[in-house]
Write a protein that binds this ligand. Structure first.
Ligand code: HEM
Length: 155
């Protein structure tokens, strides 16, 4: 039986993230669910920010007033991350840059849990009847690894 491992997970403790073997099944599920989310990208972003600001009104002031450009940037970043799932080195560069910028926006490590849970909840909302809890869990894992790389780069 093949070993199933998350695409961004380390196979051995201490192994560099860039040498991780990728799991084709997880990647395929992340990619096909993202394709469905992407068809409703503006709705995904709208739900995400609405839920985020409802849960943590204090973070609203960190974001620009007009969220349209912000929403497009979020979609573009997720597009690139999903396109590069087999190529973690390309993603690690992007995530390091994003992490450094986020430190400048005032994003703290303790904000990431809420942001990640809110992104997963927004995916669940736009997927509706097509939402699959296993795939949403895989997204949660992927976003945690994304967040970890951003936090590490922003320190
Ligand atoms: C998985 C984690 C996250 C992802 C994928 C993500 C993605 C993005 C992207 C793509 C942008 C566009 C600007 C850029 O790339 O620098 C952005 C902006 C922003 N993010 Fe995040 N983010 C994440 C976590 C967070 C967290 C934890 C916070 C803390 C509240 C946060 C706060 C912000 C703010 C305030 C901006 C807007 C900055 C501005 O335009 O002035 N983000 N985010």
């Amino acid at each position: 039986m093949p070993v199933h491992r998350h695409p961004a997970s380390a196979s051995k403790v201490g192994e560099p993230i860039t040498r991780i073997p990728v799991d084709a099944g997880v990647i395929e599920r992340l990619r096909s669910s993202y394709r469905l989310v992407r068809r409703q990208d503006l709705e995904f972003a709208r739900v995400f920010y609405a839920k985020l600001f409802e849960a943590a009104p204090g973070v609203r002031a960190m974001f620009p007033q007009d969220l349209e450009l912000q929403s497009r940037k979020l979609t573009m970043a997720l597009d690139t991350i999903v396109a590069n799932l087999e190529n973690p080195e390309a993603n690690s560069h992007l995530l390091a840059q994003m992490g450094k910028r986020h430190a400048g926006y005032g994003a703290r490590p303790e904000h990431y849990h809420l942001v990640i849970e809110t992104m997963v909840a927004a995916m669940r909302a736009v997927l509706g009847a097509q939402a699959d809890e296993r795939v949403l869990d895989e997204w949660r894992m992927a976003l945690r690894l994304i967040g970890k790389q951003m936090i590490d780069a922003g320190r």
